[in-house]
Design a protein around this ligand. Structure first.
Ligand SMILES: Nc1ncnc2c1ncn2[C@@H]1O[C@H](COP(=O)(O)OP(=O)(O)OP(=O)(O)O)[C@@H](O)[C@H]1O
Length: 258
């Protein structure tokens, strides 16, 4: 049997703060398989970012077990198992787009010729061919976010962790980037963990939708999407899509009520 890429067993995390303990994650059980596109959706404070940061080895669970390809998150982080895309593109303004994409490759000491090849390849993947020499301020918000995805893809990690990457963009740009991300996912076979507040975005993108609720942060529903892998934007008008969106909305409502 295939081993999960991300395997969470009863993961718990309590932050100790000056105002007392904050139970950010409680009993989180989840298996993410290779090539899954998993979205995490839930109200503010339900622990979505915390869980992503646990996967990334940036927070340490206070209970349970979490492995990434059989490794501890810290080992996985050291082996560069994932690329991380944040809500704000987070590009260095004094570096060109190519320079920004190059940064992790420099840190990892890739040979110079390979760096150039990789930069060109990921620029093409995110449809920013010819923009490598521009500075971030010369690009629109959507293009900057594509550049930040290119940076996360540059070292070809199998896992992509994305924390509300399109949250700050207008609907039309977001639709376009959603479509592009799906195409990129299909081409690269990456495993993607994606945090969002948007029900349509979660339903459109995911093979698995994880609904969470706060206080303490926990998973209340895991929905395996019956939608086909090929998803034109119009799929959002189909009864299957609407039914899925309804189930997610109901799950969120129950979480709120609790
Ligand atoms: N470093 C920290 N120290 C103390 N408490 C924290 C820390 N990081 C997160 N928290 C708390 O843990 C809970 C979960 O936060 P988290 O950011 O993971 O939620 P979220 O679901 O990603 O929220 P949002 O949708 O607003 O981004 C919140 O109550 C938050 O205040």
């Amino acid at each position: 049997m295939q081993r999960p890429v991300i395997d969470a067993k009863n993961v718990d995390l309590t932050f100790q703060t000056n105002d007392g303990p904050v139970h950010a994650l409680s009993g989180v059980n989840l298996e993410i398989m290779k090539g899954d596109f998993v979205s995490f959706i839930g109200p503010s404070g339900c622990g979505k970012t915390t869980f992503l940061r646990c996967i990334a080895g940036l927070e340490t669970p206070t209970g349970g077990a979490l492995t990434i390809n059989g490794l501890t998150p810290e080992e996985a982080r050291k082996s560069r198992a994932y690329g991380y895309v944040f809500q704000a593109a987070g590009l260095y303004p004094w570096r060109t787009i190519a320079g920004n994409i190059k940064l992790p490759l420099e840190i990892m000491k890739f040979p110079r010729a390979e760096m150039t090849d990789r930069i060109n390849k990921v620029l093409q993947l995110v449809d920013l061919d010819g923009f490598g020499g521009k500075y971030p301020w010369q690009l629109s918000g959507g293009m900057q976010q594509r550049a930040s995805i290119a940076r996360a893809l540059a070292f070809d990690a199998d896992i992509l962790l994305m924390d509300e990457p399109f949250g700050a963009l207008d609907e039309i740009v977001r639709d376009k980037l959603n479509e592009e991300l799906l195409a990129l996912w299909a081409r690269t076979q990456k495993t993607i963990a994606f945090v969002t507040h948007s029900i349509p975005e979660a339903v459109y993108l995911s093979t698995k939708i994880v609904v969470m609720s706060p206080r303490p942060g926990r998973i209340t529903d895991v929905i395996d999407s019956p939608l086909p892998k090929e998803r034109p934007l119009e799929i959002r008008d189909t009864p299957e899509f609407i039914a899925l969106a309804h189930r997610v909305r109901e799950g969120l409502r129950e979480g709120h009520a609790a």
